[in-house]
Structures are given as C-alpha cells and as structure tokens.
Design a protein around this ligand. Structure first.
Ligand code: HSE
Length: 399
C-alpha cells in the first residue's frame, strides 16, 4: 500500500481524491499496489467530507511521517509549495504537482534533487490540465527536434473568447462564469493577462530545449484589450480570435510569445473552443501532431495528477529521467517574427497606407469613426515603427 499526502484540498485536490476513490481498483492494478490518502494539508476544515478525518494543518506531520512516500502538491503559488516540495524530496518522498508557477520557477532544481535521491518530481497537470502533453514531449517525441509548439493553453480565456464570439457575452460576465466553473486562477488576472499561458509555454519550451526558459523573458499580451468590435471584425473575415502561446525554432534559437491571434478556419487550432485546450507540435521528423482535451477543471486536471501518482508508484526506487538543466536559454527576439496584422486606428485610409504600405480595408456595419485594415506580412519591429505614426485602437496578429 502506497501512502500519500495531498497538499491543498481545493478544486484539484478534491478532484484527485475523487479519481483515486472512484478508480481505486483499476489504479491499484496499474500501480501494482493500492494507493491511500493518509493526510490532506489545508488551512480549512471540511466537515461532512469523506476525507474530513485526514485533514491536518501542520506540514511537519507529513514531512516527518516515513510512511508517506508521495507528496501531491496542489496549493498553487511559489511559497510554501516550493519549501514543502523540496523538504519532501530531501526526506525521501517523491512529488507530483499541478502547480505551473512552481514548476517553471523551480522545476529544474527539484528534478535535480529527485534524480540525486532516486525519486521523482512529475508535473503532467501543470500544462494543458488533463491533456497528455508533457509525457509525449519527453518520450514519444524524444527522437525529434521540435521546431514549433503552439497551444491554446488557458481554458478560462478560451472559454471567454468562445462565449463572447458565439453568444455575445460581455467580458466581465463571462469571467465570473469561468470562475464559478472552477477554470480560473484564484487571481484571474493571471488568466486574462496571459501570464498563466506564458508559464505553460515556458515549461513546454524548457522541456523542448532541455534548459531553463524564464517566463518573464517571453513577450506576453493577454485578452483584456479584445472588444466586441474586434470580434465582429474577426467574424466578418471568417476568423476566430484565440489566445495562443507559441514557441518556434528560428535559426539556432527558440522564440516564444503569448498573444491573441486571428485564426482562419483551416488552422488546426481554429475549432478548439469552449474550455478546451490544444497543443500543436511540429517535429522535424514527425511533421504535425495535435493534442486536444480539457485544459482546466477539477476531474480532468486531477486525472493527470493521479496518473503521475501511479507513475511514481510504478517507479519506486528509480528516477524517471527528465532533461531540464538549470542553465538558462537565450530566446530569440519576438520582434523579428513576421505576421500580418489586423489594425484598427483613428486615421484615414491614405494615412494608414502611408504608415503601413499596402493594406486591405475591412468594413462592418455601424462602425464609421475608425479604419480597420490588414497589413502585408511584416516584422514586429516594422509594425511598431508604422504603428507609431497612427492613433491605434487595437492590433491583433493574424495567421
Ligand atoms: N486557470 C487555468 C486555465 C487552469 O484556465 O487554464 C488550468 O491551468
């Protein structure tokens, strides 16, 4: 019997307890032994909950109990999650976590400690919720040079963009709905400003490079500037606006970026709607592959966490290799990347053309006090130079 401790009994923690309870028999068969939750660390009490007697408030109870072989961290944030996970590894306990903030900041170090102690530090749920993406990248695609990873990596914003597009919901109302459904972060700024997607693409890029990518160095734009008018223009052009997190190999460097992008119907991510996430991967041998599923929510995320727990139990006494050195990667300059841009500005067509060169103007009914147009393909640096000459309302990159 493997005894585990859950750190955090919120949306994901309760989901993990449910997965382990509902699928106990098949999980025990696959893990080779039963898995029992011995402790749950949380600040709160859970009267009436099936696991109420397992709740403790002092981490040292868990850290000092030699029976606990796995610590499952789902608290979120850096501290005390980092201290608890490091203590667990140093005390001979493996760790599974869903915490992307922890993984991108301290993943390389925690993997190293796990390796030195023949333990494991696994984090499948930290990117794409329930979608298997980290294991496939590490094992199935290990023979490829991954030349591009582009994902819809935030369920909250994809849900919001979808509801705004399909049902005309207002930004604030749909954000509240996403929070009520348990998709959003405790502070939803991380979702709508793109920081959550940014951490996730930093994790995927670190795994692709085998070295540390700092998310603070990735250019990141969220969806807060996307208005109902932008969505009307996108619809008029037969496109959808999605928050994409992307990294791609350009020469010998990876460039990474998070921003809203207008996608045409033929793009593989165009039909990824609602709370669904998807990761598009291009390998130099594989060609294209897509991974699709639920990127947020209690049970889908818990399913990935529970899979890590099973993997750890199967590998007691041995380390599952993850190449992720602490050495930092130097990213390429996102301003060198070429896109066509959808632009709205307070300007005349003559002024817009003088700034941007050839443009294709777009008109929608009822909007007369601005110009909207699509540029030719140009670098980010060239866009900024041209945009400085006009009074820009908004800009969205196009695929
Ligand atoms: N807030 C995140 C999302 C949760 O909406 O995708 C899963 O990481």
């Amino acid at each position: 019997m493997a005894k585990i401790a859950l750190l955090g009994y919120g949306t994901i923690g309760q989901g993990v307890a449910e997965v382990l309870r509902v699928n106990a028999a098949s999980i025990a068969k696959r893990a080779g032994q039963e898995i029992e939750i011995k402790y749950i660390l949380d600040l709160r009490e859970f009267p009436g909950d099936i696991n109420e007697d397992k709740v403790v408030h002092d981490y040292s109870v868990i850290a000092n109990d030699p029976e606990v072989s796995i610590v499952v961290e789902m608290m979120g944030g850096i501290e005390p999650a980092y201290t608890f996970c490091k203590q667990a590894l140093l005390a001979g306990k493996s760790v599974a976590t869903s915490n992307k903030a922890l993984v991108i900041k301290h993943g390389a170090e925690l993997i190293k400690i796990a390796k030195e102690n023949s333990l494991n530090f696994l984090f499948e749920a930290s990117v794409g919720g329930g979608i298997p993406i980290i294991r496939p990248l590490l094992s199935c695609l290990t023979a490829d040079v991954v030349e591009e990873v582009t994902g819809i990596l935030n369920g909250t914003t994809n849900y919001m963009m979808y509801q705004m597009t399909e049902n005309g919901w207002e930004f604030d109302d749909i954000l509240r709905e996403a929070q009520a459904k348990g998709y959003a972060e405790a502070d939803p700024t991380a979702d709508i400003e793109g920081h959550d997607a940014c951490r996730k693409i930093a994790i995927l890029t670190s795994l692709v490079c085998g070295k540390q990518v700092d998310f603070e160095e990735i250019h990141c734009e969220g969806i807060t500037k996307i208005s109902a008018t932008d969505i009307k223009y996108a619809k008029a052009m037969g496109k959808k606006i999605k928050l994409l997190a992307s990294s791609w190999l350009n020469g010998d460097k990876y460039t990474a970026m998070v921003s809203p992008v207008m996608l045409p119907p033929e793009h593989p991510l165009y039909n990824v709607d609602d709370v669904f996430n998807a990761v598009f991967v291009h390998g130099n041998m594989l060609d294209d592959a897509m991974f699709y599923g639920r990127g947020a929510g209690s049970l889908p995320t818990a399913s990935a966490v529970a899979a890590d727990i099973v993997d750890i139990v199967k590998h007691f006494g041995s380390h599952i290799a993850i190449e992720w050195a602490e050495e930092k990667v130097t990213l390429g300059d996102y301003k060198e990347a070429e896109f066509k841009y959808f632009v709205r500005a307070k300007a005349s067509a003559v002024e817009a053309e003088a700034a941007f060169g050839p443009i294709a103007c777009i008109f929608i009914p009822g909007v007369t006090d601005e110009i909207a147009f699509v540029t030719e393909s140009m670098s980010g640096a060239a866009y900024e130079e041209a945009a400085a000459k006009l009074d820009i309302i908004n800009m969205i990159r196009m695929k």
